[in-house]
Every structure is written in C-alpha cells, then in structure tokens.
Write a protein that binds this ligand. Structure first.
Ligand SMILES: Cc1ncc(COP(=O)(O)O)c(C=O)c1O
Length: 428
C-alpha cells in the first residue's frame, strides 16, 4: 500500500536529470506489517506485570524464585564475580568459539571430566547465547549441512523449538510424547513415530526434565530410543536446559546424552546455564557436537564458527567467566551442587504440598501425577478455558497449555493455588 502511494506521486513524463526531489511521506513504509502475537510464555509475564490484584501469582515463566517468590542470585555466582572483578580483566572480544575455560567446563558437565571423546578431540563446542542461541546455531548447522532433513519435536514441547527450527527454514514435525489418559509418556506412540521417520532425520530430545510435561523416559526407555536412533540412522539433538534441576544431581541428569555417546551415537547438544546457575539474563550456554571422528569435529567446529560469526560474531564474556569460575574451581563447584540441591529440593517440597492440598480438596480425582513429574514444571491437564478462569478469576498466570512453573510457587500460596485449580476443574 505504502509503496503504491509513493509510486503515484512520481511526476509523469520524461525523467529529469539529477536526483529525484525528496518528498515528505505520510505514515510509515512499514504500515502494513502485521502485529506479531505475544510470546506464549514471555507474554504471560507481561500480563502478570500489568495485573494489580494483590493475590496475583506468576507460574508462567520457568525461572527459579525463593520462598519469598523473589529472583535468586546464587551465592557461588556472587563469589565467582568477586574473583573476576578482582582480576580486573578487560572487555575485549572473545574468540568466535568463546572462552576456553568455559568450553572445557561445559563439556565436562555434559560428558563427565576425562571422557575419552574429550581426550580424543572428537568434541566440537561453541559458546553461544544460552540454550536458545545454541539451539539456533544448531538449527543453522542442520539447515546448511543436513539439507532436506526433517527435525522431529516432541508433542508437546517448549514452544520456542518450532520458531527456532522454522525460522531457519528447517522442516519440523511432531512425534507423539504425552499420553493424556495416563498423564505419562506415550512411549509406544513415540517409538512408532520415530520408526517412521526417514533415515537422516533429526530428533530433538529433552536431556532431562521435559518441558512442559515434566515426564522423562525411564533409563530402559532411553536405551531403546538410543538403539532406535542407531537402527534408523536418526541424529539425536539433546536440549539440555535443566541439568541439575530434575534430580538435583548434575551427573544423574546427564544420563541420557552420556548413554547415547556410550552407545557410539553422534549427538548434538544445546546446553544452558540459565536455570542451574541462575544466569538467565547473562545468556550463557553452548552448542556441542560429540562425533566419532576428530577431523570431522575440527571441520564442524570451523563451520559452527562460520555460522556464529554471521549470527552474532562472538559470545558475551561475563556469564561465561562466571560459569568457568564455578565449574573449574573445586570448592565453588561443590558449593554450587549444594545450592542446586536446595533449589531442586524447594520445588520438590511445594510439589508434594500442592498434591496433598488437591487430594484433600478434591479426593475423587487422582492427583498423583504431580509428584510423578519432575523438574520445574507440572503439566496440570487444565484446558485453555480452565486456564482462562485461573487467570481471569484468580489472577494466576500460566501458559494456556496448562503448564505451571512450580519454581514460582511457595508454601504460603499452595492453598490459594489448589482452590483455584479445584474451582477451574469443577466449574469449567
Ligand atoms: C526446553 C528448553 N530449552 C531451551 C530453553 C532456553 O532457555 P535459555 O535460552 O534461557 O537458555 C528453555 C527455557 O525455558 C527450555 O525450557
């Protein structure tokens, strides 16, 4: 529209020499750009901020809160920062692949230190912009070097997966994951769908604490998925955003990617320190490729760098220094593990409290799924209409898929939340 309006004011007849006269334009050349929908997760936080109800509760975003529902800066992060400030380091650019100490720390966390793949130089790692940016670098790599491959996402999954792969022009499809009847894993459906995926497809797997369902495969099921990936020549891409948050133990939560590597599979992994180190806004993470061949790893790293250079040039320094300081320092590392257990433990406690409150208020319904699920979230099974009631009537903000972040709940609010859930389930 705007372009047409501009074309109409061009004078008729032969062009005169010299620059065209500058004309004032009414409105914007972008007047026809459509309004994008609000982000389903971050949009909830915006709505929460705007709400004036004193009882309001934000269970939308997956960010840890303490018992007073305040954001937390971990004690190890403050200690690491003091050390970093004392060194008075400069703010020069990092290399494209990022801080070496951070890259080492990140791969150690993923595979366990001294892993043969590290010693044999078969791991390519680029520090990137937290989990999201790392997934995006991975998506760009798939778009360029696995042309025509389809990416399989669990149904449901973290909403941004679709955007990340879709915006890179990568075709994606769902595989079955959630069984609404059992409020558990639809393992049979998952296996059927992955068996039907063409060889060379990519399967995105949540390393632990599946978002949004909180339902992970068992160890035996992970082993079957790994075997299936091998048989069908599927490329596993692990999204590890909650290492330490599922069980409170970094090693236990890395079980699945480690098992796949042990079974000889090549894997891609996106790692994030947003949740486990509470570095949300610092954007700290990495894209890792564990391969079977050193030369391939070297070449893949060069290509990851080529992609990152064009996307954001090089990653930020501060958060990477913090993560490296914490993971590479024995004392801080132990202290971090304790703090992580504290966070995971608080979530587990409110999980139990919520289940017991619901069992008391609505005993005829089975609420046991709440403590069967793990990680930050509970997938409540509330329908979009029931979620609207939660928000509009009770000022409880959550995503419309029925997910609640238990990291945003404290003991004082358990009864209030349970009453709102019972009202929504009974009356809507
Ligand atoms: C499954 C999953 N992957 C990736 C991310 C990315 O988070 P970030 O970019 O903050 O690391 C999140 C955040 O909520 C997530 O839940």
């Amino acid at each position: 529209m705007q372009l047409q309006a501009r074309m109409q004011v061009r004078p008729a007849g032969p062009r005169r020499a010299g620059p065209a006269p500058v004309r004032a334009m009414a409105g914007s050349r972008f007047a026809d750009v459509a309004q994008a929908p609000p982000d389903p997760i971050l949009g909830v936080s915006e709505a929460f901020k705007a709400c004036t109800d004193p009882n309001k509760l934000n269970l939308g975003v997956g960010a840890y809160r303490d018992e007073q529902l305040k954001p937390v800066v971990l004690s190890v992060v403050k200690k690491a920062e003091s050390k970093i400030f004392a060194r008075n380091e400069n703010k020069e650019y990092l290399t494209i692949e990022g801080l070496d100490g951070f890259r080492k720390a990140t791969v150690d966390l993923l595979l366990g230190g001294d892993h043969p793949a590290i010693k044999e130089g078969r791991v390519a790692v680029v520090q990137s912009l937290s989990g999201t940016g790392s997934l995006r670098v991975g998506a760009a790599f798939i778009a360029r070097f696995m042309k025509g491959s389809t990416v399989y996402l669990s149904n449901p999954t973290w909403g941004n997966h679709r955007n990340i792969f879709g915006d890179e022009g990568v075709e994606w499809k769902y595989y079955r994951y959630f069984d609404a009847d059992t409020v558990g894993l639809d393992f049979k459906g998952m296996v059927e769908d992955l068996k039907a995926a063409p060889p060379g497809s990519v399967v995105v797997l949540h390393g632990c604490a599946h978002n949004p369902t909180g339902i992970d495969p068992t160890k035996e099921q992970w082993a079957s998925i790994a075997d299936l990936c091998k048989e069908r020549d599927l490329m596993p891409f692990f999204d590890v955003a909650y290492q330490g948050f599922a069980t409170g133990d970094l090693d236990k939560d890395a079980f699945a990617p480690r098992l796949f590597v042990e079974k000889g599979l090549e894997i891609m992994v996106s790692q994030s320190y947003s949740k486990n180190l509470g570095l949300y806004g610092e954007r700290v993470g990495a894209l890792v490729m564990v391969l079977n061949d050193k030369e391939a790893a070297t070449r893949c790293l060069s290509q990851l760098k080529r992609l990152a250079r064009a996307l954001y040039s090089n990653p930020p320094t501060h958060g990477a220094r913090i993560a490296a300081e914490v993971v590479n320092d024995k004392e801080l590392f132990e202290e971090w593990k304790g703090e992580m257990r504290g966070m995971a433990g608080r979530i587990e406690r409110v999980r139990g409290e919520l289940q017991r409150a619901l069992e008391k208020k609505y005993p005829s319904k089975d609420w046991s799924f709440i403590t069967k699920q793990i990680g930050m979230f509970s997938f409540t099974g509330l329908t979009p209409v029931q979620v609207d009631n939660m928000t509009n009537k009770h000022a409880i903000f959550m995503t419309r898929d029925g997910r609640i972040s238990l990291a945003g709940l404290n003991s004082a609010k358990v009864e209030y939340l349970a009453d709102a859930i019972v009202d929504s389930v009974r009356n809507h």
